[in-house]
Design a protein around this ligand. Sequence first.
Ligand SMILES: Nc1nc2c(ncn2[C@@H]2O[C@H](COP(=O)(O)OP(=O)(O)O)[C@@H](O)[C@H]2O)c(=O)[nH]1
Ligand SMILES: [Mg+2]
Length: 395
Amino acid sequence: MVFWRKTKNEKALEEEAREEALLHPKGEPALEPPTESEPELKAEFVDEELEESTNDIIDDWKMQPTPDHTPSEDADEYEDLKDHTNEGGWFSRLTKGLSKSSSKIGQGIADIFTKSKLDADSLQDLEDVLITADLGPKTAGEIVQNFSARKFEGDAPVEEIQTALAEEIAKILEPVAKPLEVQKPDGGPFTVLVCGVNGAGKTTTIGKLAYNWHIVPPHQKVTIAAGDTFRAAAIEQLEEWAKRAHAPLVKKEIGADAAAVAFEAYEQAKKDGSEILMIDTAGRLQNKANLMEELSKIIRVLKKQDENLPHAVLLVLDATTGQNAHSQVSAFKEAVNLTGLIVTKLDGSAKGGVVVSLAQEFGLPIHAVGVGEKETHLSPFKAEEFAKALVGLKD
Ligand SMILES: Nc1nc2c(ncn2[C@@H]2O[C@H](COP(=O)(O)OP(=O)(O)O)[C@@H](O)[C@H]2O)c(=O)[nH]1
Ligand SMILES: [Mg+2]
């Protein structure tokens, strides 16, 4: 009996360690414990508690006041902050960012097709190149299969192969390349819950989105909720972004119940007539179960306001984690109803091909991609441009 129990515990421990490694890859900084109070992770959500909070909370809300500013000041600021030296615009920034991925593919194609013709062997080599570039075996197989049905002129120069490959990749990306459409419903703000593992780029992406929606015309009104109550630094970081985007931030003390922050932020955004509410969340709690329970709880609590909430549940993925992004999508999909993805750090990622395998595997909309740390470094995801940049075509 004792032995049986021991084995079971070991199995459970192994399973936990596997899940941990999946959500938090090696090299990630150690978990920062809450400094001021214990997070109320286990506290079950109580109706009365919330009813009380809706009535009494207004005095307690720690709202960051919206600084005085006019739309024309916002427009001036936007001009000033606009990355005038952005290396020739979005496409060249993406191309440059993806150069580590595209040089693998471009060089691979050159190596194969300068020596041999398009035949079964060279197609097999091409498949290998695509797999190494993180497109995944399934996607690589499919692309190569479609490829073999294509007609190439003469000995098919490298650029012709690149162009054909970009077309195949764009076909996979086209159905998922959908901008995030914000439609403010009557009554409250369009509510976006943002989730993802620690360091994926959630807070930065919220900052960039808030900036784009508010500072850039037509200046939509955005409220941000500091739902990552686990780390003091997370709240401060969001505060900085909220200031930059002139967006009111609803926050509570460190360790506060994230669901209560979300609930109150929704109330406040509704009262203020905000068009959009974005809710930041923790990327790491004690373990995966805690993390997923916290997300589910935020959603349950929002649904008490309106059953259509949240209108969007975005998963932010760091492109540099490569195929690990697949495991993250699967893990979050189990807990929440993901409506779309945002892939960050495509500037400098050698694993940009993962975007293609994500599109193929999950078919979830990819709304935008992050290509840098500044407010202007978020761009709508465009299938054809991405495909061209990934294979190393110049435009
Ligand atoms: N190069 C680059 N860095 C990014 C991008 N998005 C986020 N980051 C950086 O990644 C780090 C983690 O981002 P953060 O938003 O704090 O992640 P969170 O833990 O998911 O909230 C920060 O240093 C960000 O500046 C991106 O698109 N490109
Ligand atoms: Mg964060």
